[in-house]
Write a protein that binds this ligand. Structure first.
Ligand SMILES: Nc1ncnc2c1ncn2[C@@H]1O[C@H](COP(=O)(O)OP(=O)(O)OP(=O)(O)O)[C@@H](O)[C@H]1O
Length: 268
């Protein structure tokens, strides 16, 4: 297999023209004390990507997403979003420029129903969240937009159910709905199916894979069946460095990957 660090998979969705990189990192480094968790990371996510980030526990996958979103500041290197250098930009400003993420752990308001929660997120994006509770009926447009997002995620029939009563798989889809309410161009999903029974995780990824072709997706996932089914390109991280990257066929037939990752993984 040819390692493709810093290059765009040529086979992805036909022609990905140069210059259509949605998010990229160059030479990104991060250490916690003496522990190096990101080593010289070069990644390009082309517009419309369905990329997976895999690696053993502690490889630095979540750290890399935190660096991309601005929750962590790199010690060196550069992160660009739509060609703009966002390395020093606060997370909320990156969200405004179209970068959204979900977390490994459920971060929902359990007492709201999905329609209320997503409408609130839409109002937040529109800068009208302050008046949400005073005039709920006055937010018709926002409610309609929220319903459309929920319907896309196959949550239309659950929109009036209290979040805490939703099956866990649907709660995880609601988290993605909340991220979509920010109208992202790039969506980073940190183990979107974590904690969901194995038979339901495929459903989550099916819904995610069906999102707009213009949305650029990078997801962390430990279940290799899901990774090989839904990713068009896989980046393997080991010890904070890119070990290799390539198509699912290249990664699955790479003996090195099997040794460092598949043979030693603790999940799945
Ligand atoms: N804020 C922090 N301070 C110190 N060490 C940290 C911090 N965050 C993460 N680490 C360490 O950095 C390394 C990478 O962690 P990270 O969570 O990015 O790995 P991961 O690949 O996402 O792992 P997993 O698959 O288990 O979620 C780990 O050794 C972790 O303990």
């Amino acid at each position: 297999m040819t390692a493709q660090t810093g290059t765009v998979a040529p086979s992805h969705k036909g022609a990905i023209a140069k210059g259509t990189i949605a998010l990229s990192t160059r030479g990104v480094q991060k250490s916690f004390g003496s522990l190096v968790v990101a080593r010289d990371i070069d990644i390009d996510l082309p517009v419309g990507a369905r990329y997976a980030l895999i690696g053993p526990n502690g490889a630095g996958k979540t750290t890399l997403i935190n660096l991309m979103t601005g929750m962590l500041v790199p010690n060196a290197g550069q992160i660009t979003l739509g060609g703009e250098d966002v390395t020093a930009m606060k997370p909320q400003d990156r969200v405004k420029r179209g970068l959204a993420r979900t977390f490994q752990i459920n971060t929902l308001f359990a007492g709201l129903n999905p329609l209320e929660a997503v409408t609130l997120a839409v109002c937040e994006r529109r800068g009208i969240a302050g008046r949400f509770w005073q005039n709920i009926a006055g937010n018709k447009d926002a409610i309609e937009e929220a319903y459309e997002i929920l319907a896309k995620l196959k949550l239309g029939d659950a929109c009036y159910q209290t979040t805490r009563e939703l099956p866990y798989g649907r709660q995880r889809l609601l988290e993605i709905a909340l991220a979509l309410a920010t109208k992202p161009k790039v969506l980073l999903l940190d183990e979107p199916a974590a904690g969901v029974p194995h038979e339901e995780s495929g459903e989550i990824f099916e819904v995610v894979a069906g999102l707009s072709d213009e949305l650029t997706l990078l997801f962390i996932e430990h279940d290799m069946h899901v990774v090989f089914r839904f990713a068009t390109h896989i980046i393997v991280l080991v010890g904070g460095a890119i070990f290799t990257q390539g198509s699912p066929a290249e990664i699955s037939s790479d003996p090195g990957v099997r040794e460092v990752y598949l043979g030693t993984r603790k999940h799945g």
